[in-house]
Structure formats: C-alpha cells, structure tokens
Design a protein. Structure first.
Lengths: 278, 305
C-alpha cells in the first residue's frame, strides 16, 4: 500500500496536478471573495461603517460546494481518468500492485488534494477578509471551524464518489460529464425538496362560479416521516448549506457525507478487485 | 532445462466466447519465445493473463517458481516487464519522468539506471519533451524502456514492432537482441511480422483459436521446414508428367515456375527436364519460411477440424 501511495503521489506531483490544485484553490478563494464582495457592496452600498465579519465568511464558505464539486470532477478526470485512459494503470498492475491498493492510493491522493485546495481556498478568503481596507470582525470561532470540517467531509465524499465513477466507468470523458452534471442534478434535487417542504398546510380557495372563498387543506403538504426525511435531506444537501446554517443553525451534511464516503469507497473496492482494464 | 514461465491449462472465457482453451507453455530461461498466431488467436489475452492484467477462468501459471495462485506472485511480477498492445506512457510527462514513475512503481529508491535505459533506447536526447509529442517509434521505444525498468528477468512484448518504420524495426530488433544477449533476459514476444520474428526467436509457440498447435525451437523448426528448389522452366505442363513418373514431390507456382521438394542433384533434374524437351532457365534454393510453416500448421488444423 505504501508503494502504491508513493507511486500515486509522485504521479500527482510529476504531472503538475499538485501545482494546479494549489493555484486553483487560491484562485477559487479569491474569485469567491471578489464575487460575493461585489454583490455585498451592491446591496449594502450606503452601510457605514463598512465591515466584514463571520457572517460574510460563512456566506463565502457555504458557497464553495457550488463550484468546488466541478473542480473535483476535473481533478479526478485529470488524475484517475487519465491513468485509466492512457492505460498506465496497467503498468502498476503488472508490477504487482493489488487493484485495491491502487484504488485506495488514488482515493487518498484525491482526498488529500481536495482538502488541500479547499483549505487554500478558505485561507485565501479568510486572508482577504482580514486584509481588505474595511473594518473586519472575522475570526476563527467554533462555528466557522465546524463549517470548515463539514466542507472537508463533503469534499471527501465527492472525491470518493468521483474516484468510484472513474474506476467503474473507465471512460474519462463520460465520467467527467456525469460528475459535472451531478452539480445541477443535486441543485435541482435540493430545489425540489425545498419546494415540497414549502407547500402550505392550508390554502384559500375561491370558486370562480359562486365566488365563495374557503380554506382547504393542502394535499401536497408533507407530514409525518415523509416530512422528516425531506427536512433531513434538505438540511443535508451541500447546496442548501447557507440556508440550513443561517436559519436552523444545523446542517446534517456531515452524516450524509460520511455515509456517501463509506458506501462509495466500499463499492469502489468491490468493483475494482476483479476489474480488467483495457 | 530451466523454465522461467510455465502455463498450465490456462483457459479464459469472456461470456460464451472461449478465448483460451487449455494453453500450456514452457518458456525456457534466456530464450526469445515467439508467439505466432492470427488476429483473435488469443495471443494478447494470454499475455494479459501472464502479466496480471486479466484473470484466467481456469488453470494457472508459474512465474520464476511461484504459482499464480500464490500470494507471492505480486513480488515476482516485479521481475517482469511488459508492453501489451501499445505503449502505456504518461503523455504529459517527459521520458525521464515516465521512467522515474515506473522506478517508483517497482519500489526502487535510486534512479541511477534511468539515463542508461534512455540511451539504450536512444531517447537520451529528448530532454523535457513530453511523451505526447513523441513519434510512434519513440513512444514504442519508451514503452520498451518502461518494460526494462528494474532489469527484469522476463519481458512480455505484444506486437512491439507494430506501426514502426523499417529503421524503427531494425532498431527494435537490435535492442531486443542486445538485452537478451547481454542481460540474459527471457523475452516472450508476439508479432504479425513473421519474417521479423524469425530473425529474433529461439523458440516458437503456434496459437490458433485459443489452442497451442505446436511448440518448437528454432533449430527444430529449421530441420522441419521443407527445402525447395525453385525452377523457372519453359513449360511446367510438360515437366510435371515426368516428375510424377519419378515420384518427385513438387508444387506448381505458375506456368513457368515450379518448386521441387525432393532432394535430388541438379544434373539429374536437368537430364529429366531435357528428356521431355523442357529448358531450365533459372534455379534457386527456396527454403520454406516461418510463414509457410505456420500456414501449413493452420492448414493441418483446419483439415482435422
């Protein structure tokens, strides 16, 4: 396993993916800060004194999964996808690596690089919040630390999922498309869940013929276990993190991320153990 | 005789298709073992199984004394280099970095041998040029260099001269002969270019429809190939009845060219021709090639089936 990990890490460094991950992390942080900063400035044009505190930091950090997933999909395609596509994975298999150690080593490198990029991204945002010439109240409190840990867990889950897809499908382009499309699919899914939860319990109905208005119970209103599941999913979605944190002071993303990680790594190990690469 | 690789009744099925049917091979140490077969005969599948890229449906192989069912097979596999189908290289890395990664794959901590390998395959001047910008021949040679990392005891090469120009083929042949002679590396090689294979191989296995038809050393092959005298005559139609009467084995090539397989003196052949009023215009020794031997074997197999 150590040999496989060393091999994967060397490949990651030699193919300049490490440098690219570092640059991408810093760039993503700077772009998030600038984009949301400009937005903030536009809506609070006349607020004085100008300041940036932890709420701004939270807003920036909770937006990260929106584009960080795409970055991870590309990284996974460049690292694992290219190895399978170029058939260089066969060089490792034929030198006696077990398939499971290859998978685990690649997964570990993907996790390390994702966490590194994300840490750099968060550090860039934090550094910019602290250094821009406005009053700053941003600091690393337990809430921000917890948020960073949860973002890390979500990254790990996506890294594991994308590595599984790369190994399972063994087609770099197709896998990249599927991985990137997961972003709008999950956003759409989250939107659907939220709109189902927002259905009112009762609503006013006016009969067009008689003109009589009556209060009716909404059949689409979710109740019982179903509502609980929907609420759980809504709070667990990485694309609902800001809303979940600011309104309910809770996010279940960590549990779902850990389950996703465990399932996808387990499935990956099972899928690769007998797989014959072209 | 010491064997570096033995396969015992290897079978491989993909769904209902039986790709390999009980293949048993014995590859002597230090030999250049040519695997001859048509497209789809199962050469690549056999090589993929030997290199661990595919699992046999049944049967096993023994590599340097370790069975494929043993846990130690991974360790001995480090003593094997391979180039299956086309070279598997990182196109976004230089030749040096490609070899460095393979050295790391093999668990080697010193990279001293990389320059020597690069000069062996004549890629020492490529510098930082990415492998993606290499010509096919250069990539093929890089593939060979990757296979040679760690000074392997056995090299498994599947069609290593595919797509190479004549100069590239000669270069490849020289590299392989050099490795075999100087480092005593056993080479298992398959090629469609049988003429080229016959210049390298010391042993052959003929594979057809997933079955081994014959294993033979090059000496035995030379003894077995039929020697022929190719005659250019004024008329083969006039000569043939005389050859039939004398019980001489022959094969008509066209109206004027005929191959005589029976060993006989030139003077008696000339006398026989002249007795029928046939003039011998030209005569050459024409040994049956590896290709001919293979085609005869396939012909025999098809006759049997």
């Amino acid at each position: 396993m150590r040999r496989a990990l060393k091999s994967s890490l060397s490949r990651f460094v030699k193919s300049r993916l490490l440098a690219e991950a570092v640059i991408a992390g810093i760039l993503m942080g700077a772009i998030t800060f600038l984009f949301l900063g400009v937005f903030e400035l536009a809506i609070n044009m006349f607020r004085r004194p100008r300041y940036m505190d932890n709420s701004y930091l939270t807003m920036c950090l909770t937006r990260l999964p929106l584009f960080f997933t795409v970055f991870q999909a590309v990284l996974s395609s460049q690292f694992t996808g290219r190895d399978i596509g170029m058939r260089t994975i066969n060089n490792r298999i034929s030198t006696g690596f077990s398939r499971s150690s290859i998978f685990l080593a690649d997964l570990l490198v993907m996790i390390i690089s994702s966490l590194l990029s994300e840490a750099l991204c968060a550090a860039t945002i934090f550094a910019l919040v602290k250094t821009v010439p406005v009053k700053s109240g941003a600091r690393l409190d337990p809430k921000i630390t917890g948020l960073l840990i949860m973002l890390g867990l979500i990254s790990i889950a996506f890294a594991s999922l994308f590595t599984l897809f790369q190994y399972f499908l063994s087609n770099r382009l197709l896998t990249l498309i599927i991985c990137v499309l997961m972003l709008p699919a999950l956003i759409f899914f989250t939107g659907n869940i939220d709109s189902a939860l927002e259905e009112p319990y009762k609503y006013e109905f006016t009969d067009d013929v008689t003109g009589i208005t009556e209060t009716r119970y909404n059949e689409l209103y979710l109740t019982g276990k179903k509502r609980e599941i929907y609420i759980y999913l809504s709070e667990a979605s990485p694309y609902n993190m800001y809303g979940a944190i600011s309104s309910r002071e809770i996010s279940r993303g960590d549990t779902v991320a850990l389950i996703t990680f465990a399932l996808s790594s387990g499935l990956g190990l099972l899928a690769i153990s007998k797989k014959e690469f072209p | 005789m010491e064997y570096v690789l033995k396969t015992e009744s290897l079978c491989k099925d993909y769904g209902r298709a039986h790709i390999l049917k009980s293949v048993s091979l014995d590859i002597p140490k230090g030999s250049i073992y040519g695997l001859v077969g048509r497209n789809g005969a199962g050469k690549t599948t056999l090589m993929r199984i030997i290199t661990g890229l595919a699992q046999p449906t049944s049967g096993r192989y023994v590599l340097s004394g370790i069975g494929s069912d043993s846990r130690k097979i991974g360790t001995v596999r480090r003593r094997m280099g391979s180039l299956i189908e086309s070279p598997a290289v990182y196109k976004n890395m230089s030749a040096y970095d490609n070899l460095k990664i393979q050295f790391i794959n093999l668990g080697m901590t010193s990279f001293d041998g990389i320059d020597e390998l690069l000069s062996l395959v004549e890629l020492d001047t490529t510098g930082k040029k990415k492998a993606g910008k290499f010509s096919l021949g250069m990539r093929q040679r890089l593939g060979i260099a990757i296979a040679l990392c760690g000074n392997p005891d056995i090299l498994v090469l599947d069609e290593p001269i595919n797509g190479l120009d004549p100069q590239g083929i000669i270069q490849m042949r020289e590299i392989l002969l050099k490795i075999n002679r100087e480092k005593h590396t056993t080479i298992l090689i398959s090629s469609h270019i049988l003429d080229e294979l016959s210049r390298l191989a010391t042993h052959y296995a003929f594979l057809e429809r997933g079955q081994i038809l014959k294993q033979i050393s090059s000496e035995e092959l030379m003894k077995n190939v039929r020697k022929a005298s190719r005659l250019t005559v004024s008329s083969t139609a006039l000569l043939c009845p005389a050859l039939d009467i004398e019980g001489i084995e022959y094969k008509i090539v066209d109206d004027k060219v005929i191959d005589i397989f029976t060993d006989m003196s030139v003077s008696s052949l000339a006398a026989l021709a002249s007795s029928k009023g046939v003039e011998i215009e030209h005569m050459t020794e024409n040994n049956e090639s590896l290709e001919g031997y293979f085609m005869n074997l396939i012909g025999l197999k098809e006759d049997i089936t």
